[in-house]
Design a protein around this ligand. Structure first.
Ligand code: CP3
Length: 341
């Protein structure tokens, strides 16, 4: 039994004494302990070595005390396992030397055997569960098929993912073939994570907001819905679509346990669009963690009041930034823990 199950209670919509809290990218570069390991091991070595991934996952639990852990890994281990080369370049970020640009390229992409290609993630989960010793639940995650396509086609991060969008709009058949392969892999991957012991999964649609509402349905949501359908009877599913407030209404009907919201959407609007009945997660502006601690605490209190303490998971509206002081991150977590509504 998990000792602190506030997070799972909130995902199930149960009444809680206070909302649970965790931070997207909570295992990251703002922690000196993380930087010490980053100096010694390159990115994918950290992902592929269960002892390192587990240690990094547990660091924020020990240091800032959130109510859930998220496995240290990356959404890009999926394209890697699908025969798409992915590097992580310091100062550049993800770098894919052979991006997908045609149906011929899509034909080279495989739907892999999960245990064979991503068994190291399962080993990391097993070890992390041991180290957590049931203190808090463990979240597993994957990128949305659209967000993975963005990197697979663009070849690197981008302000507008213009090449990825161009590929979808000029070669829709090839794009859909690729999206379906990613979806099939992601479903098998998340099911394996659940079988290995994660207590919830989050789908990150970080670049969903690049699409118009109509294109979002065709190139992103359709595939996320397949993932939710496949997982919802086995675990709690959270869908986070950055910039995707326009899709919240459909997302609320999907069978997901919770929906992530970024800071550009007010709590009131998110509750209105989702019908008030589904758990919402978010949405503190990550840059607001640069405010003085008393301001952070006030703003967190207001955020909880705006969302309501139930059916709510306090979080940032996107990943924590590397320049956030550790005591400000801890103040964010503490402010939620101190909330008494
Ligand atoms: O949340 C956590 O603490 C778990 C770890 C996690 C990482 N990546 C570790 C990481 C998670 C959940 C991710 C997901 C991820 N990866 C997303 C979706 C979430 C989001 O932020 O939108 C995306 C788009 C990626 C792709 C990716 N990986 C990018 C764009 C980068 C470079 C970021 C940068 O600012 O340099 C990465 C690298 C990465 N993944 C880092 C970490 C901690 C930083 C680099 C490093 O540690 O060497």
């Amino acid at each position: 039994m998990i000792k602190n199950d506030l997070f799972l209670k909130a995902l199930r919509g149960e009444t809680v004494e206070r909302p649970p809290v965790w931070m997207m990218r909570q295992a990251g570069r703002y922690l000196p302990e993380f930087m010490a390991l980053k100096e010694k091991y390159d990115f994918f070595t950290r992902c592929r070595t269960p002892e390192l991934a587990a240690e990094i996952t547990v660091q924020p639990i020990d240091i800032i005390g959130p109510d859930a852990a998220i496995l240290f890994s990356d959404i890009l281990v999926i394209p890697q396992a699908m025969n798409i080369e992915v590097e992580m370049k310091n100062g550049v970020g993800p770098w894919l030397p052979n991006p997908i640009r045609s149906q011929k390229d899509v034909d080279q992409v495989v739907v892999p055997d999960i245990q064979e290609e991503l068994g190291y993630v399962m080993d990391a989960i097993t070890l992390t569960k041991e180290m957590l010793d049931n203190r808090v639940p463990l979240i597993g995650f994957a990128g949305s098929p659209w967000t993975i396509l963005c990197y697979a086609v663009q070849g690197q991060g981008s302000k507008n993912f213009d090449i990825a969008k161009g590929f979808c709009f000029s070669q829709p058949e090839a794009a859909h073939n690729l999206l379906q392969k990613i979806t099939d892999t992601t479903i098998a991957y998340l099911k394996a994570k659940v079988a290995t012991g994660v207590n919830a999964v989050q789908v990150f649609d970080s670049w969903g907001g690049m699409l118009s509402p109509v294109d979002y349905q065709e190139f992103s949501w359709k595939y996320i819905q397949q993932i939710v359908d496949a997982l919802k009877d086995e675990t709690e599913v959270i869908v986070f679509g950055k910039g995707c407030w326009f899709a919240l209404q459909d997302m609320a009907k999907s069978g997901a346990s919770a929906l992530g919201v970024d800071w550009t959407c007010s709590a009131r609007n998110a509750r209105y669009l989702t019908g008030g009945n589904i758990t919402l997660q978010g949405n503190f502006d990550p840059s607001r963690l640069l405010s003085p601690i008393p301001d952070i605490k006030k703003m967190v209190n207001q955020m909880i009041t705006d969302f309501g303490k139930d059916k709510y998971v306090a979080n940032l509206g996107h990943g924590i930034l590397p320049n956030i002081p550790v005591d400000h991150a801890r103040a964010f977590v503490d402010a939620v823990k101190e909330y008494r509504g």
